[in-house]
Design a protein around this ligand. Structure first.
Ligand SMILES: C[S@@+](CC[C@H](N)C(=O)[O-])C[C@H]1O[C@@H](n2cnc3c(N)ncnc32)[C@H](O)[C@@H]1O
Length: 283
């Protein structure tokens, strides 16, 4: 799938109630959304586009009665897709207050009314339903693993980076471990997680951790639904400035078997985006 075909920039939209820059995202089957382009709110990436297009193929008509949770919703884009596909119960949450604020505005701009329950908090913490369990949980998870001490020292020497904070780029393995720890408390028996994993997080290790945590109490079924090779992008000018440091770090993870990427002849780094379905049944 070409990102260029599905993602177009629209400047200063005026007839939608949105002022400032926005961009269009197209997933297929006529599902197109206009999103506010706000610095600090995760812009839908090639991975997010692939995740959404998979949802269109994956979800059957019967699914629309299920309770859905979109964790790490960012702009809210996958919640809008669910709503557009007729899902009646959608809750969405993000650790970023700014993202949740923008997601609410995006919903209003695309649908004219707010019906998605947007909350903010760390993983499941902000959910107003508390002990409510969901039939399907979506998580296009943060991508890169915990950085090495030497990388952090070298980063400090460069004067650091602004724009996207380091915590929102790295430590994806720790976030996933906590997500898996808390998961059974929020997923209905036989419920499914559709999770987008970046090979730079160390997929084998995080999936092993899921087994360690829950295999005794749950039958865990994991299936790879789809896999894509995507180029590593340096999202802001600041990150582009330290790209050599970043490339050394991700290549060292690969050499040590902690994560995976490959380097093309032209020096471009390619990582693997893997969309996995996880089902948990109580034993
Ligand atoms: C890769 S982005 C995906 C955003 C959006 N779902 C998409 O696909 O465009 C990951 C999102 O997870 C959020 N996030 C990171 N850590 C989180 C946490 N501990 N709890 C909730 N959300 C988190 C980030 O703020 C970011 O919006």
């Amino acid at each position: 799938m070409s990102g260029e075909q599905s993602w177009s920039k629209v400047n200063r939209v005026s007839n939608t109630g949105v002022s400032g820059d926005s961009y269009n995202v197209y997933f297929g089957m006529g599902h197109c959304f206009k999103l506010i382009d706000e610095p600090g709110v995760f812009k839908v990436s090639l991975a997010g586009l692939a995740f959404g297009s998979l949802l269109i193929r994956y979800l059957s008509k019967e699914c629309t009665n299920g309770r859905f949770l979109d964790l790490g919703t960012g702009s809210g884009v996958h919640s809008f897709l669910l709503k557009g596909m007729g899902v009646k119960s959608v809750t969405a949450t993000d650790i970023s207050k700014e993202a949740v604020f923008v997601a609410r505005r995006n919903e209003l701009c695309n649908f004219g009314v707010n019906s998605i329950e947007f909350t903010f908090g760390d993983l499941f913490q902000g959910l107003s339903g508390g002990a409510e369990k969901y039939d399907v949980i979506l998580f296009n998870a943060p991508g890169w693993r915990t950085p090495s001490a030497s990388f952090l020292t070298a980063l400090k020497k460069t004067g650091g980076v602004e724009g996207l904070p380091i915590d929102s780029m790295f430590y994806g393995d720790r976030t996933l471990e906590r997500f898996f720890e808390e998961l059974p408390g929020h997923l209905s028996d036989g419920g499914k997680v559709i999770i987008g994993l970046n090979s730079l997080v160390g997929i084998r290790q995080v999936m092993n951790r899921l087994e360690e945590l829950h295999a005794e109490k749950y039958v865990i079924d994991c299936r790879l639904l789809e896999r894509h090779d995507f180029p590593l992008l340096f999202y802001t000018e600041d990150w582009a400035r330290i790209q050599n440091l970043l490339v050394d770090e991700v290549m060292s993870w690969t050499r040590k078997g902690e994560a995976y990427c490959s380097m093309q002849e032209d020096g471009k780094i390619i990582w693997s985006y893997e969309i996995v379905e996880i089902t948990l049944w109580e034993r």
